[in-house]
Write a protein that binds this ligand. Structure first.
Ligand SMILES: C[S@@+](CC[C@H](N)C(=O)[O-])C[C@H]1O[C@@H](n2cnc3c(N)ncnc32)[C@H](O)[C@@H]1O
Length: 406
């Protein structure tokens, strides 16, 4: 085989040089025709033989057949289920120290290319460390009625007996509980498991007609079941249905990063604090002094109900609404933590109409972060700093905290 063979088609095996890792976690190479090729389970700098599994005019996808010249950063995945095909942790083949650096590079690239803001400093923020264990997981039911995670790029479910990144309070349930699936269940049933690291409370929510059997008495069940967590010394109520950060350490680190980014704007002297996409009130409850006006805007009823409980005693309004449809009011600070797709034009326009002198944007997708940064710049904001946190070790997932002023 030569590097120069061209006209790749599905099934062809070619030698590729992985230039860098990209958003989504794949490596990027170019074939002999100059076409971009995305290759999964690789590290930057490697030479691999890869089989093309999809070929389009502008790009192709390939899977590794053999690693010809491995990167110094390649390691044996520490979890045996990754070897079985579990797609839950797609970066376990990269040394732990190199994972965070790679995430910073991906965000830098997104701010330079997508946001057209190459001058903005993108820095490495904190990492939860590789022993911060997930307190919320969503699992699927295998064909033989056990729990597992999806195979990479597939709907197939790989049974999991032990998980490197799962909190032991829920891992115990995965090990011991049986699953009964109702006859009228459609597709692959899914189950969410959650625990509080500080409280030890735990819950299970079956999204479809799957029931976990033999659960210990302490486990609460159903969409409305509640567990409590403690972050920055504040006790928070979190319903099974509400969003919550991946682990207690992740929440602590994010609260700290947002606090630094919002420095000087949390005391209300410039106006109220808008906690956009506020969830159960993580930022309002831990960062906004109780006598400072906070306005939490959140679309989920379950999360708003939790926020009511978590912000009792605070000077806070909780508005159940899509943020894009909320009527903007004057503010001193907007903290916006949207879902993976980001803010988009409509939400950026709402932020701009608050006239807030400071915006702290929390993004869980590097390209969405960069797209929103460009929209905020076009709306009159200047980017100040971008910090890349590693809250999801062993995966490509990234958390970006960006600060803007005007
Ligand atoms: C990434 S979570 C952040 C929650 C909270 N800031 C936290 O850290 O726990 C995004 C939240 O936005 C909510 N959400 C999604 N789309 C929304 C929209 N269009 N308007 C308002 N809230 C939305 C979700 O229900 C979820 O609670």
């Amino acid at each position: 085989m030569t590097d120069a063979e061209s006209s790749a088609q599905v099934g062809a095996i070619r030698r590729l040089h992985i230039e860098r890792l990209v958003a989504g976690g794949d490596g990027m190479a170019r074939d002999a025709d100059g076409r971009v090729v995305f290759v999964e389970s690789v590290a930057a700098g490697e030479h691999v033989d890869a089989e093309f599994v999809e070929v389009k005019r502008d790009f192709a996808r390939a899977r590794v057949v053999s690693v010809v010249a491995p990167s110094m950063e390649r390691v044996q995945p520490p979890c045996r289920h990754v070897v079985d095909g579990c797609g839950g942790c797609n970066w376990q083949h990269i040394a732990t120290t190199a994972q965070h650096d790679a995430k910073v590079e991906i965000v830098r690239e997104a701010f330079a290319r997508t946001a057209r803001l190459p001058e903005v400093p993108v820095t490495r923020g904190g990492s939860v460390g590789h022993d911060a264990l997930r307190t919320t997981v969503r699992m699927a039911v295998t064909a033989d009625g056990r729990l597992g995670f999806r195979r990479g790029a597939s709907h197939e479910v790989v049974n999991i007996e032990s998980c490197l990144v799962m909190h032991p309070r829920i891992a115990e349930l995965v090990e011991t509980a049986g699953v009964r699936v109702g006859k009228d269940a459609h597709g692959t049933p899914e189950v969410s498991l959650r625990c509080g690291d500080a409280t030890g409370e735990r819950g299970v929510w079956s999204h479809d007609r799957a029931r976990l059997l033999g659960l210990p008495d302490d486990v609460v069940t159903g969409a409305g079941a509640v567990v409590h967590e403690e972050v920055a010394g504040v006790r928070l109520r979190v319903s099974m249905e509400s969003f919550f950060q991946a682990s207690r350490q992740a929440a602590e680190l994010l609260v700290d990063a947002v606090s630094r980014a919002a420095d000087g704007c949390l005391d209300g002297s410039e106006g109220p604090v808008i906690d956009a996409y506020g969830g159960v009130g993580l930022f309002s409850a831990t960062l906004v002094p109780i006598d400072v006006q906070a306005i939490l805007v959140e679309s989920s009823k379950a999360a708003c109900d939790d926020a009511y409980a978590n912000l009792r005693g605070h000077t806070a309004d909780i508005v159940q609404s899509r943020f894009e449809q909320w009527k903007p009011q004057s503010a001193g600070l907007v903290i916006a933590d949207p879902a993976r797709s980001g803010l988009g034009k409509a939400a950026v326009s709402v932020i701009a109409h608050t006239d807030a002198p400071r915006v702290v944007l929390v993004s869980c997708d590097p390209v969405a972060a960069a797209r929103d940064a460009r929209l905020l710049v076009d709306a009159g904001y200047s980017p100040d700093a971008v910090e890349v946190l590693d809250l999801f070790p062993h995966t490509h997932h990234v958390e970006v905290v960006s600060t803007f002023r005007r």
